[in-house]
Design a protein around this ligand. Structure first.
Ligand SMILES: NC(=O)c1ccc[n+]([C@@H]2O[C@H](COP(=O)([O-])OP(=O)(O)OC[C@H]3O[C@@H](n4cnc5c(N)ncnc54)[C@H](O)[C@@H]3O)[C@@H](O)[C@H]2O)c1
Length: 262
């Protein structure tokens, strides 16, 4: 019997380190052909070599780089089945005196634009044979993140994007989901590790987070945001329904999109 992801082509942005590298290694071990896309050339090449995959230099802030990464997957592997849009950075400043507009654009560029550009670049290939997009959001996108409000804002935007795209792309045979980890043991938490330690906050291992990607790939859902919290099995977060409008007679009203109706 073949391996679970035999010959499936997987693109991982931010695959040179941390969670992305863990996903790349795990899926390659299960038979996938992995394309690592990252700004970190040395790290990306090392991961690609270790998994018998391919490295593509890619700054996800530039839409042309995402297009080039997908094109390289198609050239080298004949198509694309899974896009793991995972590249991300912490902010390192707030909205007070420390605010820096240029760095703000940079972090929004990586954490939000990078996912938008990645979806746009991957869609034509994923539509060809059915596929899966998994964006790395964060618990910071599901709850308040006072340690890094701008990070919370761009991760919440990724959550909203995934929820909206789920039903839109279902008709094309493309699933889109998010993984929302709590604090995990990677370089990104270096700036506030002491706060975590003082608070007694458990820090997830990369392996624990990677398991959530496998669970999402194996489940059949779309438009879901899976939380990853220490001591709990990962599952899709159940969003509360906000109050909707009522018509004059009191009946609920929902948006109807004629383009989605047969
Ligand atoms: N570690 C955590 O506590 C945690 C929690 C929730 C969500 N996340 C998210 O997980 C994802 C992976 O982060 P990580 O924890 O593995 O951190 P990491 O720093 O180990 O890995 C991030 C990767 O993204 C790459 N990257 C940064 N900017 C890039 C760009 N412009 N273009 C392409 N690649 C770029 C880095 O080179 C690195 O390889 C991020 O989206 C992060 O926000 C992490």
């Amino acid at each position: 019997m073949g391996l679970e992801f035999e010959d499936r082509v997987v693109l991982v942005t931010g695959g040179a380190n941390g969670i992305g590298a863990g996903v790349a290694r795990k899926l390659a071990g299960l038979g996938a052909r992995v394309v690592v896309a990252d700004v970190d050339t040395a790290g990306g090449e090392a991961v690609a070599d270790a998994v018998g995959g391919l490295f593509v230099p890619c700054d996800v802030r530039d839409p042309r780089d995402s297009e080039a990464a997908v094109a390289e997957a198609v050239r080298a592997c004949g198509g694309l089945d899974v896009a793991v849009l995972n590249a991300g950075v912490a902010t390192g400043f707030g909205l007070g005196d420390d605010f820096d507009a240029e760095r703000y654009r940079a972090v929004m560029g990586v954490n939000l634009d990078g996912v938008v550009y990645g979806v746009h670049a991957a869609l034509p290939e994923l539509r060809k044979r059915g596929g899966h997009i998994i964006a790395t959001a964060s618990m910071a996108g599901l709850m308040a993140m006072p340690l890094d409000p701008v990070y919370g804002a761009n991760k919440a935007a990724v959550v909203a994007l995934v929820r909206a795209l789920g039903p839109v792309l279902a008709a094309d045979g493309v699933r889109v989901n998010a993984v929302c980890p709590s604090f995990a043991d990677t370089a990104i938490i270096a700036g506030f590790e002491s706060v975590l330690r003082t608070s007694g906050m458990p820090v997830l291992t990369v392996a624990e987070v990677v398991d959530a990607y496998l669970a999402v790939l194996r489940a059949g859902g779309t438009g879901e945001c899976w939380y990853v919290q220490a001591g709990r099995p990962s599952e899709p977060f159940r969003f509360p329904n906000p109050p909707g409008p009522r018509a004059d007679g009191g009946a609920p009203v929902a948006l109807r999109d004629p383009s989605q109706e047969g």
